[in-house]
Write a protein that binds this ligand. Structure first.
Ligand SMILES: Cc1ncc(COP(=O)(O)O)c(C=O)c1O
Length: 422
């Protein structure tokens, strides 16, 4: 008989093969940008099996904890992570048979959260709008959980010496060999500071006389740029880019190694963000020519094919699937001539199907609301608020032409973009 359990049993005689894929990442020269007098190379850390540089530190921190007895078979690995360290730990610690519990701030991209869960990690979401010392701050939550859970090891990448050591022992020597000992400067972002400290230490050792420029790229809002430039600790702001930038100086970050720093703006790597035009527009990264009227609040424009709609003859099941797939709670109903003739939302669906789910086969026309709250582009925010007060969304029509919907979220995003900078 086969016994089933949540965690697969791991044979410990051989190290998990996936771990041999960590490190030895390729280096590629950037040849299509104007790099001035420099040759610029990228170390493709995304080629690690977990998709980031953090696989290296996950391996090094877990093996260090095993070596000094802090992590025993059957133990739980707990970490506060902006995501990539979580992926690395889920991969490494998961492959070695440990339970992995990750505390992730709520600004992180959904696909990263789904990814760590798919690798078997358990996730606690914490608040990203609170700072150190607040009980809901992600590192404080992780430290607390690690104290409460028997056999738990709090990885603490921000204070764990095995983090910079991974870069001193692997990333640095790889770059040095790949560049045939000809390196003048290295650009790093700082999250925990492990990369900065590890590479800085390695290159100071192998190139002590002429030294090497360590250049910090820091997102606007983080405190590190200002600290390097002035030595002062300023109040942190907010930034959208994940993984780099800090609101404190991590214990392992040796900021004295930085020789030059630049502030960078919020561009983003992650699929659900950078390749999502709506997110980019909402954040103000894509600039549409403003009309100076209500149409500027429409995030999904009908004319540009951005609005998910249903037809009056589509089934309620189709409407429900479209709502679920596109993560919206209502859809405009558009006829074959492109006219908005109704709107259907989740409550319209529920009214129809809650007694007899077979009504999912009914046409949308039977469940939709045809009393539309239409507004011309010239309407005011006050007109919009009146529509919302009646519990509806606004349909913006330029005469007969359907332009798009405006929801409460659209108005909030618009107002946020137009709030004065602090
Ligand atoms: C993709 C990526 N690059 C760089 C960093 C920063 O590296 P470090 O923590 O070594 O400073 C992070 C940190 O999370 C990251 O996720």
């Amino acid at each position: 008989m086969t016994e089933t359990s949540a965690a697969p049993s791991i044979a410990h005689d051989k190290p998990p093969a996936i771990l041999s894929l960590i490190g030895d990442t390729p280096l590629v020269e950037i040849t299509q940008f104007d790099t001035g007098p420099c040759q610029l190379f990228l170390k493709l850390e995304n080629q690690n099996p977990g998709g980031s540089i953090k696989d290296r530190i996950a391996l090094s921190m877990i093996e260090a904890a095993e070596a000094d007895g802090k992590l025993q078979p059957g133990g739980t690995v707990v970490e506060a992570t902006a995501g990539n360290t979580g992926l690395g730990l889920a991969l490494v610690a998961g492959a070695k048979g440990y339970r992995v519990l990750l505390v992730i701030p709520d600004k992180m991209s959904q696909e990263k959260i789904s990814h760590v869960k798919a690798l078997g990690a358990e996730v606690r979401i914490s608040r990203s709008d609170v700072t150190r010392g607040h009980p809901e701050y992600y590192q404080d939550v992780a430290a607390r959980l690690a104290e409460e859970i028997p056999g738990a090891f709090y990885v603490n990448q921000f204070g764990n010496p095995a983090n910079p050591l991974a870069h001193e022992r692997t990333t640095g020597p790889e770059i040095w060999e790949q560049m045939r000992h000809d390196v003048d400067a290295i650009v790093v972002g700082v999250g925990s500071g492990g990369t900065l400290t590890g590479l800085g230490r390695f290159f100071n050792r192998v190139k002590p006389r002429r030294g090497i420029e360590m250049v910090l790229a820091d997102p606007a809002g983080s405190i590190l740029y200002e600290y390097v430039k002035t030595g002062k600790l300023v109040e942190s702001g907010t930034w959208a880019v994940e993984g780099i930038g800090e609101d404190f100086i991590p214990e392992i970050a040796d900021m004295s190694l930085v020789t030059e720093a630049f502030e960078i703006d919020d561009a983003n790597k992650y699929l659900s963000k950078m390749y999502n035009d709506f997110w980019m527009a909402e954040q103000g990264f894509i600039h549409r020519p403003p009309h100076g009227d209500l149409s500027d609040l429409i995030s999904h424009r009908y004319e540009a094919g951005e609005v998910i709609t249903v037809g009056p003859d589509d089934s309620l099941l189709t409407a429900f699937k479209r709502m679920r797939d596109s993560d919206v709670s209502q859809l405009p109903v558009v006829d074959q001539k492109g006219r908005a003739i109704g709107i259907i939302d989740e409550s319209d669906l529920l009214v129809k199907v809650h007694r007899a789910p077979s009504h999912f086969n009914d046409p949308v026309e039977k469940a939709m609301t045809d009393r539309l709250e239409t507004l011309p582009p010239t309407a005011t925010i006050k007109d919009l608020l009146d529509v919302f007060d009646r519990g509806r969304v606004a349909i913006v029509m330029d005469d007969d032409k359907f332009l798009g919907l405006v929801t409460r979220t659209d108005l909030l995003s618009y107002l946020r973009l137009h709030m004065p900078k602090q």
